[in-house]
Design a protein around this ligand. Structure first.
Ligand SMILES: [Cu+2]
Length: 210
């Protein structure tokens, strides 16, 4: 099964763009750089919104020709990503809440063997990040930190479940003091969820996932 296809052409174009765009003038506050364990571990009311979002997601499932177990998760993840692109902390929090509910409903029953535990672990981790994002309206930096970790979880999840749509794994080399961070996008056009309007075009496509 061909899960990942690296579009080298895209990378080359993106690199060229990257050189052209000035990504240098950003200063990121590191006040949230170290997330302490207590903050990461509190137990929340993750199941609160399961019913509320059920109908909406079923509708989305029916509309898509191609579906995957990750469909609802991807829908809310991309909604969250686009809210961060728009620097909209309230919408990001709302999308985080929807995502939390979708993660809680994720059905891993048909996933076999060693991958099952892996999926359970990924979902558990992703739920914590979605929860923090939902609870931190007004703190865009904080939401973005969790979004970076969440993006890796979603990437790992679809490596197992597959994806119902083409996604672009995009890398922002400037994020996190130059350590960089990835996100998944439904479009080839670079719209940076880590910097939003401050550095919208910073990023390069690393993989086309389909
Ligand atoms: Cu947090």
């Amino acid at each position: 099964m061909k899960k990942f296809k690296i579009a080298m052409g895209m990378v080359a174009i993106a690199l060229t763009l990257l050189t052209v765009m000035s990504c240098k003038d950003t200063k990121k506050s590191d006040e949230h750089m170290e997330m302490d364990q207590n903050e990461m571990n509190h137990d929340g009311d993750e199941n609160m919104d399961m019913d509320q979002n059920g109908m909406q997601n079923d509708e989305m499932m029916n509309r898509d020709q191609k579906t995957s177990k990750a469909t609802a998760v991807l829908n809310s993840y991309l909604e969250l990503k686009n809210a961060l692109v728009a620097d909209n902390t309230e919408v990001a929090a709302t999308a985080g809440k929807t995502l939390l509910a979708d993660l809680a409903k994720f059905d891993q029953s048909s996933i076999a063997g060693a991958q099952k535990q892996e999926v359970i672990d990924i979902i558990e981790d992703a739920r914590e990040h979605a929860e923090h994002i939902s609870e931190n309206s007004g703190k865009l930096d904080h939401q973005r930190e969790h979004f970076e970790l969440l993006s890796n979880d979603v990437k790992d999840l679809i490596a197992i479940t597959g994806t119902d749509r083409v996604l672009y794994k995009t890398f922002c080399p400037m994020y996190n003091e130059g350590k960089g961070g990835i996100w998944l996008s439904e479009t080839k056009e670079i719209k940076n969820p880590y910097f939003g309007s401050k550095m919208m075009k910073c990023g390069e496509i690393q993989e086309e996932i389909k």
